[in-house]
Design a binder for this molecule. Structure first.
Ligand code: AN7
Length: 356
């Protein structure tokens, strides 16, 4: 049998009073949670917010927010004696499932859309030892296959249809309140399968009920223009976007996300691939934060609204950076990013730098 260390750290231990745990849930951790909330004075000034923070979910063990939900889902799977887990994924869920399954000695089967997952994420799934199936189709098709197979066979579903996932992910909302002492006025967040926006809202609502915050934020979700089913009001059969993580045409948590939007007085809108890549670059050059393309939909959304005239000058805003940019370097390097190439010659380098 596999031995699991019980930890007095990680989201399960830290937020045990708010999670669906029992006395036999293994409180283990790969170091997820407690991610930085970084303030950016430069971007506050540029955009015109009173306070602007980035929640760096790329600092989780596998480089995305998925680890919060995965530790909870895998802990529950261990508790009920599952031997294997399965998910469909645009990349980050599969990387996270593969890592947590590896730690617990579970088999992990993942279905990914062939050719549409960032290479860093594929490398993660490979090295963690997952059983990988690339299907010649998109995420939505992969998820419908996984739903049937996990129903039919003794394998646990660890997509966010598994309610334990959202409970784990809501801990990010708790952390924001724990750090700021209050919820922000606005939370900007990318929307793909729509689990995370739903989880954050659940977290804000629960902490509000518990008296830990007086206000609840407006939930500001952003889809990519070519993959914006919630904005357009119907599923998108062939979703397209450079942000492969949110290339999703029929989100599983659609209704929950709409409820989060409406109960919070927020919006779900969309941003173009150009807006996403511009925001990704701005976040890097002005805040020193490298997010993956999907993550930049948060800031792209904020910029879009500020340009259209929304006044954030008295507001405290948090943008969730859902995954690290290191997962998807190929998208960044694809552009004509040129740099100097010189022989190892002091004078040549000095001259090229304008000191010659
Ligand atoms: C970096 O990994 O759906 O709206 O299969 O990887 O909760 O789906 C990833 C989604 C945002 C959207 N940012 O979150 C998957 C997957 C990043 C992501 C999202 C994803 P949801």
């Amino acid at each position: 049998t596999i031995r699991i260390a019980v930890m007095k750290s990680g989201v399960l231990f830290r937020y045990k009073d708010f999670l669906p745990l029992t006395s036999s849930t293994p409180l283990f951790s790969l170091g997820e949670g407690d991610t930085p909330l970084v303030r950016s004075p430069q971007l506050e000034q540029e955009i015109g917010c009173k306070e602007l923070y980035f929640k760096l979910e790329g600092c989780n063990p596998t480089g995305s927010f998925k680890d919060r939900g995965m530790v909870m889902a895998i802990a529950e799977a261990m508790e009920v004696g599952s031997r294997s887990v399965m998910c469909a994924s645009t990349g980050n869920t599969s990387a996270s499932a593969a890592a947590y399954a590896a730690y617990c000695g579970l088999d992990c089967i993942i279905l990914v859309p062939k050719g549409n997952i960032a290479l860093g994420k594929l490398a993660q799934a490979i090295i963690y030892g997952a059983n990988i199936v690339a299907i010649d189709g998109n995420f939505d098709q992969a998820l419908s296959i996984v739903r049937v197979l996990t129903d039919k066979h003794p394998v646990a579903l660890v997509n966010s249809l598994n309610p334990y996932r959202l409970h784990g992910q809501k801990t990010a909302a708790f952390e924001i309140i724990d750090v700021l002492g209050e919820a922000p006025d606005y939370l900007f967040i990318p929307v793909g399968n729509a689990g995370n926006i739903s989880a954050y809202w659940m977290g804000f609502v629960e902490y509000h009920k518990a008296g830990k915050t007086k206000i609840r934020p407006k939930m500001m979700g952003f889809q990519a223009e070519g993959a914006a089913p919630i904005v357009r009001g119907h599923p998108i059969e062939k979703p397209q976007t450079i942000a492969s993580a949110i290339r999703i045409g029929n989100p599983a948590s659609w209704q929950k996300a709409v409820a989060a939007r409406d109960e919070s007085g927020g919006i779900i809108d969309m941003v173009s691939d150009d807006e996403i890549m511009a925001a990704l670059q701005l976040m890097a050059t002005k805040a020193g934060i490298f997010g993956e393309p999907a993550s930049a939909a948060s800031l792209a959304g904020l910029i879009k609204l500020a340009r259209k005239g929304t006044d954030f000058s008295a507001k405290r805003v948090v943008c969730v950076v859902t995954g690290t940019g290191l997962k998807d370097t190929e998208t960044v390097l694809k552009g004509d990013k040129s740099f100097l190439e010189l022989p190892p010659d002091l004078a040549a380098v000095e001259k090229a730098l304008g000191w010659g």
